[in-house]
Design a protein around this ligand. Sequence first.
Ligand code: C2E
Ligand code: MG
Ligand code: MG
Ligand code: MG
Length: 280
Amino acid sequence: RAKQAGRNSFSFYTPDMNARSKELLLLEASFRQAIEEEQLVLHFQPQIDLFTGHVRGVEALVRWEHPEKGMISPGDFIPLAEETGLIVPMGEWVLRQACRHAVRWRDLGFAPIRMTVNISARQFLKERLIETVLGILAETGLEPDDLELEITESMIMHDIERATGIMNRIAETGIHLAIDDFGTGYSSLAHLKRFPLTTLKIDRAFVKDIGSNLEDEAIIKAIIALAHSLDLQVVAEGIETMEQYGFLKENGCEQGQGFLFSRPVPADRISPLLRPRPLF
Ligand code: C2E
Ligand code: MG
Ligand code: MG
Ligand code: MG
């Protein structure tokens, strides 16, 4: 079965809009079924302290194990899930599973590892987000300090007042907040200092160009400096090469994740990655 089928398996484009909406409806039905029948699965990618090799946390990344199409990546179904509203039950499933896994690892004797979960725009703006998250923490026994929620700049900037209110309520519970893909959206620096954030994540697009694009390197340095001056942690995404790793370290970026350290892996392959190990 084609494991790689994900990328192009759903092509929404067709000149016949009727066919398109039929396809969407079918897809919606099969995604609804996917949630109900537990065809979704979480993979986890370690976030590493670039100086010590210590694991600061893991990011939970959802996949769809489609019975016929094989593994489908989130880029191919999250937009659909957003559009149909199924992102809300999906997001709740992701949170619950992620917290359960984190507690299991803690109970197995691993030092507490921060579980990082991506939150979608629709989920973020939902009235019941906080109640849902707190309910899941109570149910699973995970500490708020061991959970970080990733949101994006556009989710905040769309309605700053409202987003600030939601962020404040989340932060008051002790749950951490990270801005994902930082640098790609339009953030007002004046606002940034008033948001109750723990972490900025440097977008992979900048990291990819280390060594070949001076502007992107300058942007990375600026983000690191900004994070430090606002007393935020900074995590670089998508580190694939020793050159990128070296550049980030040299410029004081403390944390990162990427294929150089580990691809996202299923839960049963995470334990060796959680043990302290030397970095190269
Ligand atoms: P993201 O949150 O920015 O996640 C980082 C993406 O980069 C992941 O793709 C990860 O597998 C990939 N990645 C990590 N290291 C490297 C690397 O060194 N090189 C390259 N080329 N890629 C790397 P993935 O898992 O396909 O997820 C894509 C996006 O889908 C995520 O971007 C996130 O926005 C969204 N997503 C994933 N899981 C969830 C979820 O549970 N809920 C929501 N709402 N969104 C999710
Ligand atoms: Mg993320
Ligand atoms: Mg990201
Ligand atoms: Mg990204």
